[in-house]
Ligand binder design. Sequence first.
Ligand SMILES: [Zn+2]
Length: 258
Amino acid sequence: MAVADAGLAGMLLGIGLFGLALGSFLNVVIVRVPAGGSIVHPGSACPGCRAPLVWYDNIPLLSFVALRGRCRACGMRISWRYPIVESITAAVLVAAYAAFGPSAEFLIACVLLPALVAMTAIDLQHQMIPDAITLPGIPVGLLINVATGRTSWVDSVIGIFVGGGLFLVIILVSRGGMGGGDLKLGAMLGAFLGWKALLVALFVAIVLGGVIGAVLLATGRRGRKDPIPFGPFLAAGGAMALFWGERAFGWWMGGFGG
Ligand SMILES: [Zn+2]
C-alpha cells in the first residue's frame, strides 16, 4: 500500500513537471500561432529588447519567480500569462491522471486539455480561435477514439456534425454573434468527446458564458456592444465534459437521478 502510494505520488510529480514544461511550450504556441510564425525557430527572446533567453531564464515558474517577472536585460515586465499557463497545464494533467490513471481517457486528456489551454489564452488575447489547432484537432480526436475505443467512432463522427452544425445554426440565426472559430472548436470537441459528452460541454459553456457575461455587464467591465469571446467557455465546458460528461449525460437521460 505504502509502495503503491509512493509510486502514485512520484507519477503525479513527474506528470506535474511534464505539464510545466508543456505549458512553457504552449506559451510559445500562444505567441506565435496567431502571428503565423514557426513554433520551433527562432529560440525564445524578450519581446521588448530582443535579448535571447538563456536556458536558466526559460525554466517554467522558477525563472519567473527568480527574475521577479522582469526581463534580465531590459527590465520589461513579463506577462503573468507565462506562469499562469504553465501552472494550469500542470494542474489539469495531474488532475486527469488522478482521475483516470493510465488509460485511454488520460491519453485523450493529454492531447485535448493542453490544446484547450492554448486556445483559451489565444482567444482571450486575440479574439480568435486558431484553425491551426482546431482543424487538425478534428481528425486527431476521431483517430484517438478509433484507436482506443474510448468513445465509439460513430459517437465521435456524430459529435463532429452536432458540434459544427449547432454553431452553424447559431451563426446563421444570430448573424455575427459567433464566429467560424467557435464552429470548428465545437466540431473538434465533438470529435474528442462524442456527441453525448459534447452536449454536456455546450450546456456548461452556455451557462458559464451567460453567468459571467451577466456579471461583466452588471459590473460595467463590458458594455452591451462589446464582444465577449465564447471560446474560453467552450474550452471550460469541454474540459469539464471530459471529466464528468458521460456521467452527466446519463444523469440527464435518467431524469436527473431517477
Ligand atoms: Zn528585455
